[in-house]
Design a binder for this molecule. Sequence first.
Ligand SMILES: [Zn+2]
Ligand SMILES: [Zn+2]
Length: 244
Amino acid sequence: MSGWQGVINGILNLLYPSSPLCSLCAHPVRYVTQGMGGMEDTVPLCTVCKEQFAFILDNICQLCGRPWVANTVCGDCARRTEQHIHYSRSAVRYNEAMKGLLAQYKYRGDRKLAEVMVSLLLRAWRLHYAGMKVDCLTYIPLHEARLLERTFNQAQEMACLLAHEVGVPLHGLLEKKKATEKQSQRDRTGRLNALRNVFHFSPEEGIVLSNCPVIVLIDDVYTTTDSVSKTILRNTAVLRHLIA
Ligand SMILES: [Zn+2]
Ligand SMILES: [Zn+2]
């Protein structure tokens, strides 16, 4: 941050002491509505920190939601012979800022960053899911051993907070039977191979999936979702994804 930005933020802090503070640098946050169709953007980051993230807006693949020519299907989706993803949307690109944020939250356990993660999801929800009938949210599970080591499942925490914000029920539907290495250390093919057959369909007791035809699967990164999609889709009708 430049010296001037620090001075300006200091003055704003004095003028508006009740302003929320940026979750990354603790400077005051001024919410803006730009690019949100008039809706308030509640990502708890100051302008300087927010600029580090590359928000994904309209120019996206109709299916997977990755940046692409608007209203068309990207090369990857067009080539796929089996289509498990019906509609997937991500909030931001996986750039250095997002990598850093995710590492601090997920691997170093900085739980206060859950607020930032869910605000990113909420932003994407408002842009892409508003008005859509969604019956329940679910999340990518962690293997038991990994959960013990990390103490929390970031996807579950994000899904839980989002469910509360949007008023949609959250159900655990999957179990991870096999521990896998850190996905961030593999390339795309490695990640997909490592995830083959590791997820099992294991809905919470009492969940009747015929009452939940439209499910949104919450995750932190895009690449892990295809094998999970297959597992859920064997058992349900429609699946959509929302990724931070
Ligand atoms: Zn900041
Ligand atoms: Zn696509």
